[in-house]
Design a protein around this ligand. Structure first.
Ligand code: SF4
Length: 322
């Protein structure tokens, strides 16, 4: 049955929700992961899409996302700074570039980015484009049309706005903004000529069906870069005691995201280190991208460990000599 499904996907037929749900619940897991890996290889060869992020502004945020250390609604100690030091950010970008990272994103905490901060980032993007050959992204909360246009002017090519979870589960994760506001931001970014990256976090108490709903919603929006985070429960946040997903649940999710969004980069992001050595299996179950370096408020693998792992898995990586 899975072989048939893969052939249909390769012929351009989209998987339907009921078929996907059935597969996720009943397919032999080893077969499912192998099929997703085969589909990944057929459509993306052994290329791997690596990107890196820097926390460009860190601090308490007005929103109440239950997974987030930076929300002012919860009493979590976080390092706060106004704007990241330009020289430090450029240095970090250069190190990443040497390891074959293609994209670099400035990420800010908060509902949206202020005009003042946006202007400060103009200098940072300018320095980055003068000193590296990277492509630039931004992840700065909800956007207005004007802000999106400004980012485009600064040389940003891709905007990141995670849906976080399915529309049906979103109110259990955040009440200070809506899922639809995120979709509106995605549309604003696109209208301004920016490419879009959007995914979510799994393991926040959502059901398997809701995980698949997210994958379908991303397909509806034509998202071609999908970061998949695994919840890192943070002490003193409402999700601190969330039961971790099993490795099997994570792998099934990766494989299903590949089957539902065959042409997208399925990008392993925050929380993959929670799986330890088992995270390798995600890259033989359909994933073909990763966020490398440190992730916002949680700690990831080191770049060199990651590169070694990807090479051992057979991915083609170009090391830049700039
Ligand atoms: S996820 Fe973003 S918007 Fe939500 S609380 Fe954290 S920083 Fe604020």
């Amino acid at each position: 049955m899975i072989e048939e499904t893969i052939l249909q996907i390769l012929s351009g037929k989209n998987l339907q929700f009921d078929e996907a749900f059935e597969l996720a619940r009943t397919a032999d897991p080893t077969e499912l992961y192998r099929a997703a890996d085969e589909l990944r290889k057929k459509l993306h060869n052994n290329s791997l899409d690596l990107c890196s992020i820097v926390n460009a502004k860190s601090g308490k945020c007005s929103e109440d996302c239950k997974f987030c250390a930076q929300s002012a609604h919860y009493d979590v100690e976080v390092v706060t700074y106004d704007v990241v030091d330009v020289a430090q950010a450029v240095q970090l970008a250069k190190e990443n570039e040497q390891y074959g990272v293609q994209r670099f994103s400035l990420v800010t905490a908060g509902r949206t980015v202020s005009e003042r901060h946006l202007e400060e980032f103009r200098t940072l993007y300018k320095q980055l484009s003068e000193q590296t050959g990277l492509l630039f992204c931004a992840s700065m909360g909800l956007l207005s049309r004007e802000k999106a246009m400004k980012l485009k002017e600064m040389g940003v090519t891709r905007y990141h706005c995670n849906l976080e979870t399915s529309r049906s589960y979103f109110p259990s994760v955040c009440t200070t903004h809506t899922w639809d506001e995120k979709v509106a931001t995605i549309k604003i970014a696109r209208d301004a000529g920016l490419d879009v990256c959007s995914g979510g976090i799994i393991g926040m108490g959502e059901s398997l069906a809701q995980r698949l709903e997210l994958a379908f919603e991303l397909r509806e929006l034509d998202i071609l870069s999908i970061p998949l985070n695994i919840l890192t429960p943070i002490k003193d946040t409402p999700f601190a005691h969330m039961q971790p997903l099993s490795v099997g649940e994570v792998l099934t999710c990766v494989a299903m995201f590949r089957l539902i969004n065959p042409l997208a980069v399925i990008r392993l992001a925050g929380g993959r280190n929670l799986l330890g050595d088992e995270q390798r299996k995600c890259f033989t179950a359909g994933a073909n991208g990763a966020i490398v370096g440190n992730y916002l408020t949680t700690v990831g693998n080191t770049l060199s460990e990651d590169i070694e792992m990807f090479r051992a898995l057979g991915f083609d990586l170009k090391i830049n000599q700039r």
